[in-house]
Design a protein around this ligand. Structure first.
Ligand code: ATP
Length: 236
């Protein structure tokens, strides 16, 4: 059984039919990427999974639980953590406090302390800046913090919405290396990206979203060699 399964998802914003029957699956251990142009419906799909927008129809299950009938704040407790578009860190809090917020659902103090250490080990720049006000971090550091904060919930699966947004190519490489590394440590990943080249380079499988429908899917290597994908998403 897939860890996350989305079947025939339909989402409307008023009369705008934003998601028109999207289906996909993410299996335990995978990195799956949802690629697509601006406005294709990537963020809406993630928001529907997390309960931030209401689906009109379709099935969304995570580890056997129906997410459509699960309160959004309970979804994190099932082991599904998100790294939202634009990071959404708490700008006036310190790095350390942001990480603490990520662990707010947990009570296992010793486990939390272990996870601080593992987050700081994976993201040493956060350790150096643990007392710094998060709003003064660079864009790349804020993205690292958003990832670190999500990891503090000890998730089974991480949902990432355009982690490359607004970052220099060097930092994009660094962030993708971190995501790959997090996956190798046992966290399943659903990655939404406009940067199809980078996303396909670390993903096992991919789905192409076009104006609210899945137009293509397959393993990431095959898709990155596909003529249509190359022309539309990889700059020829
Ligand atoms: P981007 O990369 O720009 O975030 P996306 O692929 O994530 O693009 P969505 O943000 O999911 O796309 O948008 C899908 C469609 O739904 C677009 O046509 C968008 O204009 C529309 N849409 C998104 N949010 C709203 C909203 N709150 N109200 C009305 N329409 C919306």
């Amino acid at each position: 059984m897939a860890m996350l399964s989305v079947k025939d998802l339909q989402v409307y914003y008023g009369s705008i039919h934003a998601i028109k029957g999207v289906s996909f699956e993410v299996n335990e251990g995978e990195i799956v990427t949802l690629i697509g142009a601006n406005g294709a419906g990537k963020t809406t799909t993630l928001h529907a999974i997390c309960g931030l927008v209401k689906a009109k129809a379709g099935e969304i299950t995570f580890c056997g639980q129906n997410l459509r009938t699960t309160d959004p704040h309970k979804i994190i407790r099932l082991g599904l953590a998100q790294v939202p578009e634009g990071r959404r860190i708490f700008a006036r809090m310190t790095v350390q406090e942001n990480l603490e917020m990520g662990a707010y659902i947990r009570k296992d103090k010793s486990g939390i302390d272990e996870d601080y250490e593992s987050v700081f080990k994976r993201l040493p720049r956060l350790k150096e800046r643990r007392k710094q006000i998060a709003g003064t971090l660079s864009g790349g550091e804020q993205q690292m913090l958003a990832i670190g904060r999500a990891l503090m919930a000890r998730p089974k699966m991480l949902l990432l919405d355009e982690p490359s947004m607004g970052l220099s190519p060097l930092l994009v490489n660094e962030i993708f290396e971190i995501i790959h590394d997090v996956n190798r440590s046992g966290v399943t990943v659903l990655l939404v990206e406009q940067n199809a080249k980078k996303a396909l380079s670390i993903a096992n499988r991919a789905y192409v979203l076009e104006t609210g429908t899945i137009s293509m899917s397959g393993d990431a290597d095959t898709l990155s060699r596909d003529e249509k994908v190359r022309k539309a998403y990889l700059g020829g």
